[in-house]
Design a protein around this ligand. Structure first.
Ligand SMILES: Nc1nc2c(ncn2[C@@H]2O[C@H](COP(=O)(O)OP(=O)(O)OP(=O)(O)O)[C@@H](O)[C@H]2O)c(=O)[nH]1
Ligand SMILES: [K+]
Ligand SMILES: [Mg+2]
Length: 438
């Protein structure tokens, strides 16, 4: 990719719409404006102009000279009428100017990153903001796009570099044992609390859950009312309900927005032994899906209770739901240990409490309000590598040279998080998430 190119793309999605935005970025932007609208308007002020000559449309023109623009390059935005014909004609008119080409997806964000306008976590936050579906996702993505993770990771890296500088200084005085010991102690005083902060940050899965959705699998014996419960939560007839045991075979998935938090809820086949081949396949899928889930919602039929899930599922996070409570509830000594939510898919009793519980687990309480949580596997991978190096620094009996090397490794992984160093291999994947025009 040459940064000498000037790129253009419609930024407002496939029309038709009242208004469409066409973005231009690169050194030829001024030339493009001179050709399309004549005089270049005042920076950052909208001016109404004929676009093209003869005019293809009349619309608002915005001029953002470098470096005060989204990409850090000369940029312009044209707000035109949002028909396919107008957008196509204006984009073609831009492309007729020499040195311009159509932008690939994510090209504007990539230039912003390369010009130091955004770090990688902010780019990722921006991609999440564009894809946000719920209120809590929006809040989290906005905070990340505005640097919540960048500031945290840059702060940690700065502390590490301090510890590293101490260790390196110690190496220069390696023959003076008390100096070496002293810097080792000082460096450890920086690393130990940092290690704790990284551990706590890694233990918190709320950001990933909020971004990806909490994956909940409804499981239980046949006829417990699993599909009825799914339908009640989804407020539609997504799954077939019948009095016949073994109704559900395929996994049926619905996406819910609970208090602004996304939940991916899956209904599965009732788990029992024996039976036909098709039902067995359904049960195999139910178990596989439940083992993959963040949470198992184990549904118990109050009229024929099976209190616990089978072994592989019992090891997971399980929320117990005692369904068909409209038939009466078994004595408490049977279920005091599992503390089930008592509900009825038929009457709707207890559903609010279930929804509240799921929303809490999906991250409702932590979303927004300054809580900062990592959001992607990429973050987790780099942080784990950084933590491992710091653990070796703290707990191993290493020479000062090797200790200094562990700090370098830890700092390098924090640098990769923000995109400060060696990230070429991840860039393609990150920017490809964007639509064209971003
Ligand atoms: N009285 C009462 N009946 C319920 C309740 N929930 C479900 N049922 C009934 O129980 C029967 C089984 O419901 P389903 O939702 O099909 O149960 P399931 O667990 O999905 O069954 P399989 O898919 O066969 O494993 C149906 O006749 C439902 O109407 C409830 O809360 N109260
Ligand atoms: K059934
Ligand atoms: Mg069912």
């Amino acid at each position: 990719m040459s940064v000498d190119d000037t790129i253009v793309a419609p930024a407002s999605g496939a029309g038709p719409s009242a208004v469409a935005v066409i973005r231009i970025s690169g050194p030829r932007t001024r030339a493009v404006l001179e050709v399309l609208v004549g005089r270049v308007p005042r920076p950052r002020q909208a001016s109404l102009r004929d676009i093209g000559s003869p005019a293809l449309d009349r619309g608002l023109v915005l001029w953002f000279p470098a470096p005060k623009s989204f990409t850090g390059e000369d940029m312009a935005e044209l707000q035109v009428h949002g028909s396919r014909a107008v957008v196509q004609a204006v984009v073609e008119a831009v492309l007729a100017v020499e040195g311009t080409r159509l932008a690939e997806p994510g090209a504007f964000a990539r230039r912003a990153f390369e010009n130091g306008k955004l770090d990688l976590t902010e780019v990722e936050g921006l991609a999440d903001l564009i894809n946000a579906e719920t209120e809590a996702q929006r809040r989290q993505a906005l905070a990340q796009s505005e640097g919540s993770l960048r500031r945290l990771y840059e702060g940690w890296r700065a502390e590490l570099l301090q510890a590293q500088a101490l260790m390196e200084a110690g190496l220069d005085f390696a023959d003076e044992a008390d100096v070496a010991l002293d810097v080792g102690v000082k460096a450890s005083a920086i690393v130990a609390p940092l290690l704790q902060s990284i551990e706590a940050h890694l233990a918190d899965r709320s950001g990933e859950r909020l971004r990806d959705g909490l994956r909940v699998v409804i499981a239980g014996p046949p006829n417990a009312g699993k599909s009825s419960l799914l339908n009640a939560l989804a407020k539609r007839d997504a799954a077939i309900v019948s009095e016949e045991a073994g109704t559900t075979r395929d996994v049926i998935e619905v996406h819910l927005d609970l208090g602004g938090c996304p939940v991916i809820l899956a209904d599965t086949a009732g788990i029992r032994a024996g039976r036909g081949e098709v039902e067995q396949e359904g049960i195999r899928r139910a178990l596989a899906r439940a083992e993959d889930a963040d949470l198992v919602l184990w549904v118990i039929d109050a009229t024929d209770p099976v209190w616990a899930p089978p072994a592989p599922l019992a090891a997971k996070d399980v929320v117990f739901a005692l369904n068909k409570s409209d038939w009466g509830v078994p004595p408490a000594h049977n279920h005091a240990a599992i503390n089930p939510l008592i509900l009825s898919a038929k009457t709707g009793a207890g559903l609010e409490a279930l929804i509240d519980r799921l929303a809490d687990l999906a991250g409702a309480e932590s979303a927004g309000s300054g809580h900062i949580s990592l959001t992607r596997t990429r973050h987790r991978t780099e942080l784990v590598s950084s933590r491992d190096a710091l653990q070796r620094f703290v707990s191993h009996d290493l020479s000062p040279e090797l200790k200094a090397e562990e700090l370098r490794i830890a700092a390098r992984h924090l640098g990769r998080l923000t995109g400060l160093i060696d990230v070429e291999e991840v860039l393609g994947a990150i920017f490809a998430e964007f639509c064209i025009g971003k």
